[in-house]
Design a protein around this ligand. Structure first.
Ligand code: ADP
Ligand code: MG
Length: 224
């Protein structure tokens, strides 16, 4: 059993652009996240939350510092290596769902399983997840045939499909009305608990943040 934190962020910075227009978006940031915790990253718009989440999830490269995800260093990895690490360990939920438009709901959920190399039971496992988000009747529907809330429920099912050790969510309720948002929140916490996943969520909703074990406040690219 590993005792080190599931995510270690060490003096991580992010700059965009080249001199003389270089912008420092994240100043050296360090923190740890323990396995099984629910964590919220909170702060005003433009404070660097999405950028930070992208680095931690291996979607983008830090400019300096190091990030260890399950003891695996992310900084300095190639795109292919990062994709492999993501397939193996990471789930991601976007504010705007980002389902693949040419695939059905069920097929969208199957993608991470196939990428991870699962051979058997893909369809059954995807159907089970679809059931857990209450959309088994929509298996063969395409994203355009689904409401925003339904698309996000499919996106949640997809994010859990590779049984990730850690799931990142960037304002997962940000484009939904309050009632639908509350349902997505509840599902997220429920699935998270069931699967024993670590949850790292960006939100500017302090009420939602207060429901997580740990809150990481960020402002102007610095921890507060
Ligand atoms: P938040 O999610 O907290 O609203 P972001 O991480 O999206 O903040 O953005 C933080 C800052 O970084 C913003 O000023 C944004 O304009 C800038 N930024 C984000 N991505 C890029 C990029 N690819 N190129 C240049 N600036 C960027
Ligand atoms: Mg953002």
């Amino acid at each position: 059993m590993s005792t080190s934190p599931i995510l270690q962020v060490r003096e991580v910075t992010k700059q965009f652009g080249e001199e003389p227009q270089k912008l420092t978006i994240l100043h050296p940031i360090s923190f740890d996240i323990q396995a099984g915790d629910t964590v919220s990253i909170v702060g005003p718009s433009g404070s660097g939350k999405t950028t930070l989440l992208g680095l931690c999830a291996g979607l983008d490269q830090a400019s300096s510092g190091q990030i260890f995800l399950k003891d695996v260093p992310l900084v300095g990895r190639s795109e292919d290596e990062l994709a492999k690490i993501r397939n193996e360990h990471v789930g991601f939920v976007f504010q705007n769902f980002q389902l693949l438009p040419t695939l059905t709901a069920l097929e969208n959920i199957q993608v991470p399983m196939e990428l991870k190399g699962q051979r058997k039971g893909v369809r059954q496992d995807a159907l089970r997840l679809l059931q857990q988000v209450g959309l088994e009747a929509r298996a063969d529907h395409y994203p355009t045939q689904l409401s925003g809330g339904e698309q996000q429920r499919i996106a949640l099912a997809r994010a859990f499909a590779n049984q990730p050790a850690i799931l990142f969510a960037d304002e997962p309720t940000g484009s939904l009305d309050a009632e639908t948002g509350a349902m997505i929140e509840q599902l997220l916490f429920e699935l998270n608990k069931q699967q024993g996943t670590t949850l790292v969520m960006v939100t500017h909703d302090l009420e939602l943040a207060s429901k997580t074990d740990v809150m990481i406040p960020i402002k102007g690219g610095r921890l507060q």
